[in-house]
Design a protein. Structure first.
Length: 613
């Protein structure tokens, strides 16, 4: 039997009742109020002395007499009308109009009650407004008290065991993370098995990874697999402007969890309240964030081993978390959710394409190769964009071209068809991009060329796309050097063809300079006199909202050596790129004509033209 729901109380019912009652009373009085005689003959009647009316009454000349206040209206038997006025204190008896044998009908209309109501109506209305105002004031006070009492309640959203439908099968590309969480699921399902052998499941599980890698999805999958209630809250929801509210919400959250155990508490973006305590720019012991963090630490320490509550948290900034939060007994298990590799990206694309119509022959593996470094959220966005592009083009299914265009839109930006380049600017852009392509193609350790385009996308006038054949986790010095040479290929082409340079190479120079600087200061790949030493250290506070700046902890002589290394490396690689383009000048000019005509060249077309000459 379905339980009956308690009807929702209408907060305005009292005022509605007062208004309806007031209008009803007013209507009754106005409806029941005797109106002025409707017949216009009464209003236009001839006025005569009251004595004439008394005489006519005694002679039985009238059909009826109507007395309304001090007005007297008479209808004669011949159909004519007359009227007169009497004194206020005169009655029917005083006037002699009460003869029972006289057939004249005498009708007296008393309007004193209506007049009295009209007279007191303003006072009555004022009284009603005073009563209503007092009622509203008392209700507001009671409501504010209830709000104040509930202000410290947790804002966590709870999903019961039946409503959490996410399973591990819905999460692709996180095999290691799922393996780590299987124990948590098994503990929530069979806690006695662990208790009998004396094992203790980790009280806290910290999911660490870049934004969009699936940390929240994994937490929901654990709740779905274990079939337990799932409390979800963001770290920022604990903290308010009032002191003590965050700690109160933490206490309420854990009390609710204990009443619903076994369950999972998931705190997203825990770095909002879990930052290191006592840093510069961060409040002392009375800071609201610190009080909230202290309460979280206390609650996690006070867990009963039989409570069967697992606290899961997610962050993309583990370096800023307080050490007390990461010690054993609290968040003592950390699971790193890395960006998906090639195989994982293909699996994620397959998951997000299940509810979409794909054309025959579509190769998601090729798409996975073009999306190096993207997260699961990016891949989901790509599949959604491909569906939008296919629908806009009038297709019935998503084709390979739709997905490729979606990848370019997500990674580089949408086409800017409104940006009109002059023929000279197009020519400079074509030679610039082909300079990157030819130099990168000839460098042994450079990533393979994928596509060349002079279609404006996002903030770029053109793009030369290099894609690795497989995921790389380390980079050699030779690869760094070839990457710098490839980046300088665009500037080298401009100098070679136009004998001048443009601002189009500004980002290339910035990236190349940073690579060479990192080689000298971070990776020990600089000149021999620098040695295998890391130069520069981070300084500043992590609470400033920006990454700490680098402090130069080396001498002026070392700084000069680093600067000289950067200048020589950039200069030598620029000359190297120029020599490559000079040797292939004819191929460069031929490919430029094709690119200006077609606006885009694929790897296959580039290879055919480059090798045929």
């Amino acid at each position: 039997m379905t339980p009956r729901r308690k009807p929702k109380r209408n907060n305005n019912s009292f005022f509605t009742f007062l208004l309806v009652g007031f209008l009803l009373i007013s209507s009754i009085y106005y409806i029941s109020e005797p109106s002025l005689l409707e017949d216009s003959n009464y209003k236009n009647a001839e006025e005569v002395p009251i004595s004439d009316i008394t005489r006519g009454y005694s002679e039985e000349e009238y059909e009826s007499i109507i007395i309304k206040d001090n007005e007297v209206f008479v209808k004669k038997k011949d159909g004519t009308f007359i009227k007169s006025y009497k004194e206020g204190l005169e009655t029917v008896s005083n006037l002699g109009w009460n003869d029972p044998e006289n057939p004249t009908i005498v009708n007296v209309q008393n309007t004193e009650a209506a007049n009295l109501f009209i007279a007191i109506l303003p006072d009555l209305l004022f009284f009603v407004l005073i009563i209503g105002g007092l009622f509203w004031l008392f209700r507001s006070i009671a409501k504010s008290q209830n709000t104040a009492l509930g202000f410290g309640k947790s804002k966590a959203r709870i999903a019961d065991a039946q409503s959490v439908k996410t399973k591990f099968d819905n999460v692709a590309g996180c095999d290691e993370g799922k393996e780590e969480l299987v124990e948590v699921v098994d503990f929530l399902k069979h806690p006695k098995k662990y208790a009998d052998i004396g094992a203790k499941i980790p009280k806290g599980v910290l999911l660490v990874g870049a934004p969009g890698t699936g940390k929240t999805l994994l937490a929901r999958a654990v709740a779905g697999e274990a079939k337990v209630p799932f409390f979800s809250i963001s770290g920022s929801e604990f903290v308010e402007m009032f002191v003590g509210v965050g700690a109160s919400r933490v206490r309420d959250l854990f009390n609710r969890a204990k009443r619903n155990s076994p369950c999972i508490i998931f705190i997203d973006e825990i770095d909002a309240v879990g930052r290191q305590r006592g840093g510069a720019g961060f409040g002392g012991g009375h800071d609201e964030r610190e009080q909230t963090l202290n309460q979280i630490l206390t609650e996690m320490d006070g867990f009963d081993n039989k409570a069967n509550i697992v606290v899961m948290a997610a962050t993309n900034r583990p370096d800023v978390l307080d050490k007390a939060l990461l010690r054993p007994g609290r968040f003592d298990r950390r699971i790193f959710i890395d960006k998906p590799d090639l195989k994982a990206r293909e699996q994620i694309l397959e998951v997000h394409s299940k509810n979409k119509k794909l054309a025959r022959g579509i190769k998601l593996g090729d798409v996975a190769k073009q999306t190096v470094g993207l997260t699961g959220a990016d891949l989901e966005n790509i599949m959604n964009e491909s569906a939008i592009i296919a629908a806009r083009r009038g297709g019935k299914a998503i084709r390979q071209k739709d997905v490729v265009d979606a990848v370019e839109k997500v990674t580089i930006g949408p086409e800017r068809k409104s940006r009109k380049l002059t023929d000279h600017e197009k020519k400079i852009t074509a030679y610039h991009e082909l300079g990157h392509a030819i130099v990168g193609h000839m460098c042994k350790h450079s990533d393979p060329l994928h596509k060349i385009s002079i279609v404006s996308r996002g903030g770029t006038l053109g793009v030369t796309w290099f894609l690795p054949e497989e995921d790389n986790y380390t980079t050699s010095k030779s690869k760094f050097i070839d990457e710098v040479c490839s980046l300088l290929g665009g500037r080298a082409a401009e100098e070679l063809i136009f004998d001048e340079t443009t601002t189009g190479a500004s980002n290339d120079l910035e990236r190349a300079s940073q690579i060479v600087r990192d080689m000298a200061t971070k990776y020990g790949m600089g000149p021999d006199n620098l040695g295998a030493v890391v130069y520069g250290e981070k300084e500043g506070t992590i609470f400033s909202g920006v990454d700490p700046s680098m402090n130069r902890n080396y001498s002026e002589e070392t700084a000069n050596t680093i600067d000289e290394f950067i200048r020589k490396t950039i200069g030598s690689q620029l000359e190297r790129a120029k020599k490559m383009l000079e040797k292939n000048r004819e191929k460069l000019d031929k490919l430029a004509k094709i690119l200006l005509k077609k606006e885009a060249i694929s790897l296959k077309e580039f290879t055919e033209e480059f090798t045929s000459s």
